[in-house]
Design a protein around this ligand. Structure first.
Ligand SMILES: [Zn+2]
Length: 61
């Protein structure tokens, strides 16, 4: 089973979307990603079951 899910993050700073991957094997987690477009930090909260990305919230990190 592939636990790594490809998704896109909407940047709360510049509004652009950029692709990323989420490791769903450990359940939900919070991480900081740098926007691929404007390089500002984004706090990403992941809600998932193993293999299934259920929800993703982003806010300015
Ligand atoms: Zn951005």
């Amino acid at each position: 089973m592939n636990y790594v899910v490809e998704t896109e993050i909407p940047c709360p700073w510049c509004g652009e979307y950029f692709p990323t991957t989420v490791d769903t094997s450990q359940g939900g987690y919070t991480t900081i990603e740098d926007c691929a477009v404007c390089c500002r930090p984004i706090a990403v909260t992941i809600a998932c079951e193993p293999g299934d990305l259920q929800d993703m919230q982003v806010e300015r990190g």
